[in-house]
Design a protein around this ligand. Sequence first.
Ligand SMILES: C[S@@+](CC[C@H](N)C(=O)[O-])C[C@H]1O[C@@H](n2cnc3c(N)ncnc32)[C@H](O)[C@@H]1O
Length: 355
Amino acid sequence: MSILNIQRYPQASDPSLKAWNAADELMIHVSREYELDNIIIIHDLFGYLSCQLNDHQPQTVITFASQQNAVQKNAEHNHLMNIKQQMLLDDLDTAKCALLKIPKSLDLFRLYLSILSRSIDKNGTLFCGFMTRNFTNGWIKIAEEYFSEINQSKAHKKARIMILKGPKLKVENLVQEYNDENSQLWKQYLGVFSAGRIDYASQFLMDNIILPEGKFVAVDVGSGNGVLGKFIHNNAPEAEVHLTDDNLLAVRSCEMNVFGSNVKHHFSRNLDFLSDGPCDLVVSNPPFHFEYEINMDVAFQIFEDAFRVLKKGGDLWVVANNNLPYKPELLKHFHKCEVFAQNNKFIIYRCRKLN
Ligand SMILES: C[S@@+](CC[C@H](N)C(=O)[O-])C[C@H]1O[C@@H](n2cnc3c(N)ncnc32)[C@H](O)[C@@H]1O
């Protein structure tokens, strides 16, 4: 295995969080015994697999804007040129071999297998890497729907590989639909947050938030299927509403749910697409998990970015689980930050930019 310097982007505040683990190393080791022409790499969040297999000119499938940035940066500072980035949901070149780091979400695993079973040659092989502590029988059940042969490697350093062959041709709808309590139809790709119902925290925010009057500019950061952005658009049709998410499947879902000439969608890991100070309102139900890790770095970045893009007098509204330590972080940027509402599970902060 080549010695490469693979980093996390953005850097994690917890130094124990790494850019790869033993499952990635085992996938590289096991897959090298096979013919490695035309490789697809999927859910390679920081680019470890893509960089290690650079000699084979892999197609790396991009699901997240943060992943796109990390793969690019790691390739650049290791002087690697051959990684071809393909957006998830775009057509892939047929591959002899694919490497998939199994995601935490079973729905996202299903979506990936559905795509890969159509993109792998009939004699091809799919290597799915995981840490044994995360194993669930649900993976096998899903794998059996898409592949006819399923084997597992021996465990090494508490990691294992599921080796899948014989892709089955299965027609699948990757978009789920549901009606909320107001008979509003929602569509979302498998693997997008809060499948089948409106998230309770977001509902709590919508039950309490006070929207600005008249014309205004609003941003829904971490928009998921677009529930908060749509609430703003429905209640203030004249407002310019930006919806942004790191997950491409979330952005594509928002596009199906929220539309209009004053609605803008962004596939982004931050608010760099906005200049300083154009916004009256930022709303967020920020993420605090990243796969199996609890990580609040993204939430903290959202608070900092929100302060930058708000006008003087503009408000950031955040809903969160009661136990998350957001207030000290919000106060680093906003001098005025009140608990606007709270119940036994959730808390709503309203933070005003005074200067
Ligand atoms: C708790 S969910 C909230 C989704 C939606 N607003 C709702 O209330 O149902 C958090 C969302 O943040 C997104 N996310 C994660 N990291 C992000 C980042 N760096 N920038 C923007 N969105 C991000 C996730 O993909 C997820 O859709």
